[in-house]
Design a protein around this ligand. Structure first.
Ligand SMILES: [Zn+2]
Length: 78
């Protein structure tokens, strides 16, 4: 197998996670706000999930936020 073929097989991004689907539906202002919270290590993933739900009326699980945040996410985003 060539290097390129191996990387294409091993490094392929998985299906997009709930977080990235939700993120795409936000306005640029909301995305900025959310990016800032996601980058703030003093904020918990469950707090972020609750905030998204109470302020924007969008449902997302804390575990989804947490996984996406810790770069172990199938979508390959950071
Ligand atoms: Zn993700």
């Amino acid at each position: 197998m060539s290097l390129e073929a191996a990387i294409r097989e091993l490094g392929r991004k998985g299906p997009r996670c709930t977080y990235s689907v939700l993120y795409d539906r936000l306005t640029p202002e909301q995305q900025d706000e959310l990016d800032a919270c996601m980058a703030d290590v003093d904020l918990t993933s469950s707090g972020i999930a609750k905030g998204i739900s109470s302020e924007w009326g969008l449902q997302i699980g804390a575990h989804v936020v947490n996984r996406h945040r810790n770069e172990g996410c199938s979508c390959g985003a950071r």
